[in-house]
Every structure is written in C-alpha cells, then in structure tokens.
Design a protein around this ligand. Sequence first.
Ligand SMILES: Cc1cc2nc3c(=O)[nH]c(=O)nc-3n(C[C@H](O)[C@H](O)[C@H](O)COP(=O)(O)O)c2cc1C
Length: 247
Amino acid sequence: MKKILIINSSYRKKNTFTVLQNIRRILLNHGYDIEIINLKDYEVSPCYGCEYCIYKNKCNIDDDMEFLMKKLEECDGIVIGTPVYINNMSGNLKTFLDRTCRWFHRPVLEGKPVMLVATTAGSGLKNTFRSLEEGLVQWGVDIVSEVGRTISNLDKEIEKKEILPFIKHLNTDGMSYSVTMKQITTYQVQRALANNIFEVDKNYWKEKCWIDKIYYRPKKVGVIGKVTGSLLFNILVKNIKPVDKKL
Ligand SMILES: Cc1cc2nc3c(=O)[nH]c(=O)nc-3n(C[C@H](O)[C@H](O)[C@H](O)COP(=O)(O)O)c2cc1C
C-alpha cells in the first residue's frame, strides 16, 4: 500500500489542518496509507550553518530532524501544508527545510510527488507556492499540484484538478508526469556544482549514475529539454571555479 506523509507546519490545528484533513479523506478513499505529522510536536532546531551535514551527511544537532527526514525518504508521496506568514511559508516550515540542506547537494527524494497546500487571510499564496517550489525542486521531487485556500473558502471542496495529478503520479510511478524546464535547469546547476565543487557530492552523483545524465529520469526529457540542459551544463561546468572548501 502506498504511503503518504502529510506535514502540517502551522503551530495550530486550524485552517491549514482543516484543508489537509479534507485532502486526507480523499486520499484515504483511494486506499493509501496516510500519516499526518504536525511539526509542532517535534523538536526541530534552527540550522547552525556549520555545513557539517554537507560534508558528513549527518547533522550535528541532536533533535527529531533525522527521524523526520527518514519518514520523508520512506513515503511514496508528500503533502506539505503551511499558513501564509508575511506573504511566505511559516517560519516552522522554513526552519525544517533549512535542515534538509544536504538533500540540495545530494537529493534522495527524486521522483516523489509533492502536493503543496497553503492557507491565508488573503494575500501571499502565489509567493508562498513560488518560494516553496524554488526550494523543493532541489530535493528532486515532482511538485504536481497546489491547493490554496483563503479563510473565507477553507471548506471549499478539493477540486479534481487539485488532487488527480497527485493520485495519477502515485498510481503510475510518475509515468503520467511531465518534467518541467525548471526541474531540468535546476538539475544542471546541482550537477555542475557536484562536478566542480564538493568531492562528496561528485562521488554521490557518480554512484547514482546521474553525473552524465540530463536528468534523473532522462526518458522524461524531450528534445528541447535535452538541448537546453546540455548547453546550460556545459556553460556552468566551464565557469564554476573550484573552491578550496574544507570543514
Ligand atoms: C504571523 C502571521 C503572519 C500572517 N501573515 C499573513 C499574510 O502575510 N497575509 C495574509 O493574508 N494572512 C496572513 N496571516 C493569516 C494566516 O495566513 C491565516 O490565518 C492562515 O489560514 C492561518 O493558518 P493556520 O490556522 O493553519 O495557522 C498571518 C498570520 C500570522 C499569525
């Protein structure tokens, strides 16, 4: 049975939680195994910025983050919910994402479908989704849909176009999904950085057989994506200067 992890990053079990519960009900009806994580129930300290995780693949801070990251690795699909705070994601969610920094170098969630959920009094939905996409694309995940609600339409039914891409992705193991140009270009940046900067990243990308590929799943990339991706990668590799970085 496919396993879905739903993350509520609000301190409250209120507006965002209500929408997440509506999504949960639909997913349960489709026979998935669902777990809801309320971030407030876990200890997630702010990132110290020591970069230890980038070199050693493990965080120096002893809190619940490794446990939560394992949960993300083990599930088949992820639903991430946030209230809009100052036109962006909640601080809790940003803190959580900062702590996954090593995945921006060495992605482990590639190809998993993600649904983004945000609630707001009125403003900031677009910016919140854009901000989340900019970050999460580096996890290697497929962001398949966005569900935004204002406090006046919290209980609005979840539309087919909001939920079906997620379900289709899960049921076809991603075959239904078209990789975006944003994913292809982000991949080239990560690939070029792995190639030129950090030895530990380069070894990982080689092990995964990604270092010479145009994308994690090359078959999903069309001709334009292949040409653009190759051009970008070649430019980056020539221009990113190796830096002497040691922990
Ligand atoms: C600190 C804070 C910042 C907020 N910033 C915004 C904002 O920029 N724009 C907006 O329309 N609503 C804003 N809101 C309202 C919340 O986005 C809205 O009430 C949301 O649905 C709360 O979700 P929750 O019940 O899951 O916590 C803010 C609320 C708080 C507490």
